[in-house]
Write a protein that binds this ligand. Structure first.
Ligand SMILES: NC(=O)C1=CN([C@@H]2O[C@H](COP(=O)(O)OP(=O)(O)OC[C@H]3O[C@@H](n4cnc5c(N)ncnc54)[C@H](O)[C@@H]3O)[C@@H](O)[C@H]2O)[C@@H](O)CC1
Length: 489
C-alpha cells in the first residue's frame, strides 16, 4: 500500500498533500457516520509523520463540520517531520484550532475529551514501541476513551509477525485507507482494534491490481464470476455424484449435516458412507441421500463414479477409518479431508506427502498445528500453510473468523464472510459438504473452496442479522437461496 501511495503520487495528477487531504476527508466521513455530535470534545494525537499529517487535516475538517471543541496534541518526541505534516501544521497554526506540543509523556496529566483520534504512528511503524512512545500510549489507553485510529493503531504492525504482547493503542475502530492491512485479519489484531473499516482514497487501482500480492480479499464479484447457472436440458448426472464418508455412533449428526449441505449446494447425487446404525436417521431425515453402510469397509470400490469424495466429519479415528483413509489417499483421487480424517493424518504424517494434487484440507487452528507443528503466531501459521499448499500442490482452507484459502500457486485468498454467531458445532461439517457439492458439479478445487467459504459465511451473516446464534442446520437451509442471490442473472 505504501508503494501504491508513491505510485499514485508519481503517476496520477495528484500531489502528496492532496492525497493526504483525501485520506483525511475519507477518515472524517467515516468518523462522522459513527459520531455525528459536534458538541463532543475530541483530542487528536498527531505524530510528525504522514499519519500525524492526516490527523491535522482531520482536525481542520472536523472544525469545518461544526465541532467546536477540538484539541490537537503534537507528539514532539523527535525532530524529524514529514513535509506534508509541516504543511498541515501551518494550516492548523492559521486556524482557531487549539494545539499543544507534548515533549514528554509526563506533560500529560489528564485527558478530558469525549473521543480520541490516534494519528501518532501509522503504517510507517518500523520497530516496536518503547520509551516515550510506549509511555504515551499506555497513558492514552488508561483513559478508557473511545479511540478512532487513523489507518493503523499506533504500535500495530500492518504486516509481518505480531509480538505476543501488544503494547500499542487499543482502538475502538480503525479507519484504514484503500485496502485493509493484512494483520487485521489475524486474531491477534483484536487487542489493537475492536473493528476496522476500509475507506477509498483513490489510490491508483490499476497499480494495486497489478501487484503480485500474496494475499487477496475475496469479493462478491469474484463469486459472481465463478458461479454458473443450471443449464437447460441438464439432469442429475450433469451435476455430479458426491460421496460423503462421515459419522459414527455418537456423531451421526455430522454426517447428516454434511450430506445435507452437499445436496443444498447442488450436487446431482449424494451418497453418505455411514455406519449401519445411522441408516434410519439418514433415511428419515434426508430421503434424497443414498447410503453406503461403512462397518465392513476399509476400502471403497469403484471410486471413479464419484466426482467428489469428502471424508472426516464425525468419522472417529478407529483403525478401520485409518485404513479407509489410507486406501483413499493411495488411490490418488483428490479428496476433501476434514475433522477426524485430519486427526488421522496428523498421526500418520507419512500420508501427507502422498496426497493427490488438488486435495482440499479444511483444518481449524488445532487441526492445522497437529498436522504441521505448533505455531507461535497466526502470521507464522499462514506462512506455513502457504508453503505447504505450494509444496504439496493442494488447497489448505485454514478456518477462523477470517478463513485463509491457501492455493498451490502460493497465493492466499481471505474470505471476508462469517461471524461469531456461527461459532457452534456442525459449522465445519457443512462447509465440507458444500465444498463436496461444488467439486461434484465440476468446479475446480480452487473455485469450489472459494465458493463454499464465501457462501457458507454469507448465509451465516444474513441469518445473524436476526439471530443471536446461528445453527448449522439454519445455515444449510439457506445455502441454496444464497447461491440463487449470487448467481448472475
Ligand atoms: N502520501 C502518502 O504516502 C499517504 C500516507 N498516508 C498516511 O501516512 C501514514 C504513513 O506515514 P509515514 O510513512 O510518514 O509514517 P508514520 O507517520 O507512520 O511514522 C513516521 C515516523 O515514525 C518513525 N517511527 C517508526 N516506528 C517508530 C517507533 N516504534 N517509535 C518511534 N518512532 C517510530 C519513523 O522513523 C518515521 O519518522 C499512513 O499510515 C497514512 O496514515 C495517507 O495520508 C495517505 C497518503
Amino acid at each position: 500500500m505504501r508503494s501504491a501511495d508513491q505510485f499514485t503520487i508519481a503517476n496520477k495528477p495528484i500531489a502528496s498533500i492532496d492525497l493526504m487531504e483525501k485520506a483525511a476527508r475519507a477518515f472524517v466521513q467515516s468518523f462522522l457516520r459513527d459520531e455525528f455530535d459536534p458538541t463532543k470534545s475530541v483530542a487528536i494525537f498527531c505524530g510528525k509523520g504522514n499519519n500525524g499529517g492526516d490527523g491535522l487535516a482531520a482536525a481542520h475538517l472536523l472544525l469545518a463540520n461544526g465541532y467546536q471543541n477540538i484539541k490537537v496534541y503534537i507528539i514532539n518526541f523527535s525532530n524529524k517531520q514529514s513535509d506534508d505534516f509541516a504543511i498541515n501544521l501551518q494550516r492548523i497554526d492559521e486556524s482557531r484550532c487549539k494545539k499543544v506540543f507534548i515533549n514528554q509523556p509526563s506533560e500529560l496529566k489528564s485527558l478530558k475529551a469525549d473521543l480520541v483520534i490516534d494519528a501518532i504512528l501509522g503504517s510507517g511503524l518500523n520497530k516496536a514501541l518503547a520509551g516515550d512512545y510506549e509511555e504515551l500510549v499506555q497513558f492514552i489507553n488508561k483513559q478508557h476513551k473511545k479511540v478512532y485510529a487513523v489507518d493503523v493503531p499506533t504500535g500495530f504492525f500492518a504486516e509481518g509477525k505480531l509480538p505476543e504482547v501488544y503494547n500499542g493503542i487499543k482502538a475502538y475502530k480503525t479507519i484504514s485507507f484503500q485496502r485493509p492491512k493484512i494483520n487485521f485479519f489475524f486474531p491477534e489484531s483484536a487487542a489493537a482494534t475492536e473493528k476496522f473499516e476500509v475507506v477509498e482514497i483513490d489510490l491508483d487501482e490499476g497499480f494495486i491490481q497489478k501487484q503480485d500480492a500474496a494475499f487477496q480479499l475475496i469479493e462478491e464479484s469474484d463469486i459472481q464470476n465463478i458461479l454458473r447457472p443450471r443449464k437447460l436440458f441438464s439432469h442429475k448426472g450433469t451435476y455430479g455424484h458426491a460421496l460423503i464418508i462421515a459419522g459414527n455412533t455418537n456423531t451421526m449428526g455430522a454426517a447428516l449435516l454434511s450430506s445435507m449441505a452437499c445436496l443444498h449446494a447442488g450436487a446431482g447425487l449424494t451418497t453418505a458412507c455411514i455406519p449401519q446404525g445411522g441408516l434410519i436417521a439418514l433415511n428419515t431425515t434426508l430421503p434424497e441421500v443414498m447410503a453406503l453402510p461403512r462397518d465392513e469397509y476399509t476400502r471403497i470400490e469403484d471410486l471413479k463414479k464419484y466426482q467428489a469424495i469428502a471424508i472426516g466429519p464425525g468419522l472417529g479415528t478407529d483403525p478401520e477409518n485409518e485404513k479407509l483413509l489410507e486406501s483413499l489417499i493411495l488411490s490418488k483421487q483428490p479428496l476433501i479431508i476434514d475433522a477426524d480424517a485430519l486427526n488421522i493424518l496428523g498421526e500418520k504424517r507419512d500420508l501427507i506427502d502422498k496426497l493427490a494434487p488438488n486435495t482440499i484440507l479444511t483444518p481449524h487452528i488445532k487441526e492445522f498445528d497437529r498436522l504441521f507443528g505448533e505455531h507461535e503466531s497466526w502470521w507464522d501459521r499462514v506462512q506455513s500453510a502457504r508453503e505447504q499448499a505450494k509444496k504439496l500442490k493442494i488447497i489448505i482452507i485454514l478456518k477462523n473468523q477470517y478463513t485463509f484459502i491457501c492455493l498451490p500457486t502460493g497465493k492466499v485468498l481471505i474470505n471476508p464472510t462469517g461471524n461469531p454467531a456461527m461459532a457452534q458445532g456442525g459449522m465445519g461439517d457443512i462447509l465440507t459438504g458444500i465444498i463436496a457439492g461444488f467439486v461434484a458439479q465440476r468446479y475446480t478445487a480452487e473455485d469450489a473452496a472459494i465458493l463454499a467459504c464465501y457462501i457458507h459465511g454469507k448465509a451465516g451473516d444474513d441469518l445473524a442479522h436476526e439471530h443471536f446464534v446461528v445453527t448449522a442446520s439454519q445455515v444449510v437451509r439457506r445455502i441454496s437461496g444464497e447461491i440463487k442471490l449470487l448467481i448472475p442473472r
